[in-house]
Ligand binder design. Structure first.
Ligand code: SOE
Length: 435
């Protein structure tokens, strides 16, 4: 794994209003200027553009669009992202998505999107079964790539993608995986505190990612419930996030895992029509659920620290509860995505008489990413992680350095997921992670 990225490394990011003027589409990778009155005071901002082309426009497409649309207006970036074109198979639906999310053009064939001269970066927000094909073609065409998690549906696909990303890097083209929860200010602060040694040697990492949108057995069989489109179930959808976050915060990798998985509802109504958010309308017929509904596993880090993981979409009442706690010999940290502006910290050096977990309100200007946002106490939300993801990627591209998490990091997470599946098939036998 590459060194966990410190958000502050990614350039100054001063608290300025960036280009407020209309961005213009430019040729691929050119340094053509965008001008606009930067702050309403008549200042002219001139900077190279980065044309973005996005494939997919459902939940993740909307979230990434928000990121690209906002990032250059909040952060002072070296390149101005331009929402050049968005792509989806249904012509009317993709044109509506382009209008709604602010994209200049719409395409119905991702190959045509990749070929566009005004697209420098391809952002892949499709189900996992098309990640590899689109990413490989985009890298071969000389584009930068951002790919939603999990990187791929299989280790073999992820290996091919990591290899292609490595080759593209030699040609100055960069690739990143969208593990957006690294970009919540509180998790980025937690990483900074671990790296500063505030926890000392790590003993435990405890992570759960709990949702409940599958509790109803009548919820339709959308693509996230089919192995051929999603690769796996809660494991790839939620488990991938918590494996990445745990390793990022710990600053080290898992060496092996023991796992249990289960599919609670094996048959569901077939969906009809487009997906909205996570759901869609169901029809009369039914089909087989071919992925796990829940995954539970323990793991051992290379240092000997122990970890436990739980990923499920059946935790009644839990909506998006990603919780992580790290215990070290000198202190502990705890985070809950449902209270994402807060980080709990226990400093083991405090006298026992008044020691205890205290709440850090992560809204100060010297907290990660916060220099560009609101005054202290005016918190951020889920969507800001996508703005920060775009910010970090633009800086990496401008500075010509590998963004993190890289495709190699995405491949390593894929290997952990594969080890979890293998262990679950063998009644939880401890399974080393392939390297
Ligand atoms: C659905 O479980 C989902 O949208 C995931 O696919 C995302 O990755 C996660 O961020 C939120 O939940």
């Amino acid at each position: 794994m590459g060194q966990p990225q410190q958000p502050d490394e990614a350039g100054a990011g001063a608290a300025t209003a960036a280009t407020a003027g209309a961005a213009v589409a430019t040729g691929a990778g050119t340094a053509e200027a965008v001008t606009g009155s930067g702050n309403g005071a008549g200042a002219t901002v001139t900077k190279p553009t980065l044309g973005v082309g996005m494939v997919g426009y459902a939940f993740m497409g909307a979230a990434h669009s928000q990121g690209w649309r906002t990032v250059g207006r909040v952060f002072d970036l070296p390149h101005q992202p331009v929402l050049a074109a968005i792509c989806g198979r249904d012509g009317a639906a993709v044109r509506a998505a382009a209008d709604r999310h602010g994209w200049a053009a719409a395409e119905t064939d991702w190959r045509a999107l990749i070929e566009r001269d005004d697209v420098d970066l391809v952002d892949i927000c499709t189900p996992g079964d098309s990640h590899a094909e689109i990413a490989l073609a985009a890298l071969a065409a000389g584009k930068h790539v951002l790919c939603e998690k999990p990187l791929a549906n299989t280790v073999a696909e992820a290996e091919a993608m990591a290899e292609a990303a490595e080759a593209a890097r030699a040609r100055g083209r960069l690739a990143m995986v969208g593990f957006n929860y690294r970009r919540v200010p509180a998790t980025a602060l937690a990483r900074r505190m671990v790296a500063e040694g505030r926890l000392g040697a790590l003993r435990h990492v405890r992570v759960t990612y709990l949702q409940d949108w599958l509790v109803d057995p009548e919820f339709p069989l959308t693509w996230r419930l089919r192995k051929e489109s999603a690769g796996s179930g809660s494991l790839g959808d939620l488990g991938a996030h918590i494996v990445d976050l745990a390793q990022y915060l710990a600053g080290e990798r898992l060496a092996g895992v023991s796992a249990l998985t289960e599919t609670f509802v094996r048959e569901r109504p077939l969906p009809v029509g487009a997906t909205s958010g996570l759901s869609t309308v169901s029809s009369a017929g039914t089909g087989q659920v071919t992925v796990d509904d829940a995954a539970l596993f323990t793991g051992r880090f290379t240092s000997g620290a122990l970890a436990s993981f739980e990923a499920t979409r059946y935790a009644t009442g839990r909506k998006n509860a990603l919780r992580i706690e790290l215990n070290g010999e000198r202190g502990s940290l705890a985070f809950d995505l449902e209270r994402l502006n807060e980080l709990s910290y226990h400093d083991g050096a405090e006298p026992a008489a008044h020691a205890g977990f205290r709440r850090i309100l992560v809204t100060e200007p010297d907290h990660p990413y916060l220099e560009a946002w609101w005054p202290p106490g005016h918190g951020l939300g889920y969507e800001h992680s996508f703005v920060h993801q775009a910010r970090d990627l633009v800086h990496a591209i401008a500075e010509g350095r590998e963004p993190q998490p890289s495709f190699a990091d995405g491949l390593q997470v894929q290997r952990v997921l594969a080890a979890v599946e293998e262990s679950a098939e063998k009644n939880s036998v401890y399974t080393p992670i392939a390297v």
